[in-house]
Design a protein around this ligand. Structure first.
Ligand SMILES: *Cc1c(COP(=O)(O)O)cnc(C)c1O
Length: 386
């Protein structure tokens, strides 16, 4: 009993006994990942993409770690994300991928945030504001090369090529485009988009170019552009799904055991009575669930690491609970208050994503706000005591 209390109260990182689950984020690994990506981007450089709160891991601490590593360009998606980042880091360069949402131009100007202009009307509005303010405002311009989501349509790019004066007093920092298929090494669209981007840019006023996302940095067809914009790979997601992951893992996810029972009457576990257990099975109930980003479809799929042993997840995932068959785990390792590992050395974010039929991006950005977060800077083995 005393031992359990000690683990609960004094786990490495000072995790409070009241925390049901812990998300450990390795900022050194993020910095190392950025350095690797920045070397791949040479002679250009790599930005850091911090949208969705740094892919769920905390935009501000991630930005600080990247800044210390040498990263000088940061992108978020929403203007609100840019304002939050600006409040914490007054001097960094921030680009907003969503561009000039109506009514936001003056706020972006005041906070020295660089919009990625996605439509001709946004270029005109930003240029008019620059003229009215008597300033040379920074801008990036997104040229759509096949995503059909955001960015100037081909005929808008034609108009801009015919009338470069539309740029007015803007200081054009980058022409940007975004790849649709870079994670698939065999897909012909990546090279086609790179070609299209080169062809459009050649007809427009000269400015640095930015095309690669994480996976794009690993594709031969995406060479010779100035600024790369990696996100996922910074956070340890494999940018080359066809090969071993070149990135360092960043995330460790652990949750406490709440209760352990040995079944004496055969029956079922959890909602829907979906999993049968026999007499003698040992079930541990864990303090995390789909509200914490453990996708509900992972019920009955995958394992957690309990006392160094892989224990299968059984039954449905509840909002706040997961049940695990720990019949094969030595007893002392599965006492209430101890931690099991859901993501970490035994099971990557990408592996959990594959089990859930999704991608690591969705797993990370779904992790939610309920975890006790521990930021560490001393290697991938850190975390809290099991
Ligand atoms: C999200 C995003 C990125 C980063 O992509 P990753 O695949 O996470 O590296 C880069 N550019 C744009 C426009 C994006 O929306």
């Amino acid at each position: 009993m005393a031992a359990t209390t000690d683990v609960a109260m004094t786990g490495a990182g000072g995790v409070p006994a009241t925390a049901g689950a812990v998300l450990t984020i390795d900022l050194d690994a993020i910095a190392a990942n950025w350095r690797l990506l920045n070397a791949k981007a040479a002679p250009g450089s790599a930005a850091g993409v911090l949208k969705a709160d740094g892919y769920g891991l905390g935009a501000v601490p991630v930005a600080r770690a990247l800044l210390a590593a040498g990263c000088r360009h940061f992108f978020v998606a929403h203007p609100d994300e840019a304002l939050a980042l600006r409040a914490a880091l007054p001097d960094i360069e921030i680009g907003v991928l969503h561009g000039l949402m109506p009514g936001t131009a003056e706020i972006l100007r005041r906070h020295r945030i660089i919009p990625v202009l996605n439509r001709l009307a946004e270029i005109e509005e930003w240029a008019a504001l620059a003229r009215a303010a008597g300033e040379r405002l920074d801008a990036a311009i997104h040229l759509d090369t096949g995503m059909n989501r955001t960015g100037l349509e081909p005929r808008e790019a034609e108009r801009l090529a015919a009338s470069p004066a539309l740029l007015g007093p803007l200081r054009l920092r980058w022409w940007i485009s975004h790849l649709a298929t870079a994670d698939d090494p065999g897909h012909p669209m990546t090279a086609a988009q790179a070609e299209r981007f080169r062809a459009i840019v050649a007809r427009l006023p000269a400015a640095p170019t930015s095309l690669a996302n994480s996976s794009g940095l690993f594709r031969d067809a995406v060479r010779g552009f100035d600024l790369a914009r990696p996100g996922a790979a910074l956070y340890g997601i494999n940018p080359t799904p066809e090969a071993a992951n070149p990135m360092r893992p960043v995330v460790r996810l652990q949750a406490r055991i709440l209760q352990v029972r040995t079944v004496d009457t055969p029956g079922t576990v959890g909602y829907g009575a979906a999993h049968r257990v026999g007499r003698g099975a040992v079930i541990a109930t864990i303090a995390a669930g789909y509200a914490d980003g453990l996708k509900r479809c992972l019920g009955g799929i995958g394992t957690v690491l309990a006392g160094g042993v892989e224990a299968p997840v059984i039954g449905r995932i509840s909002m706040d609970l997961v049940t695990v068959d720990v019949s094969g785990v030595p007893g002392a390792a599965v006492e209430p208050g101890r931690f099991v590992e859901l993501i970490g050395p035994h099971r990557s974010v990408d592996a959990m994503a594959a089990d859930a039929g999704t991608i690591g991006y969705e797993i990370l950005t779904s992790l939610g706000r309920r975890y006790h977060r521990v930021y560490v800077g001393n290697g991938p083995s850190s975390g809290v005591a099991p």
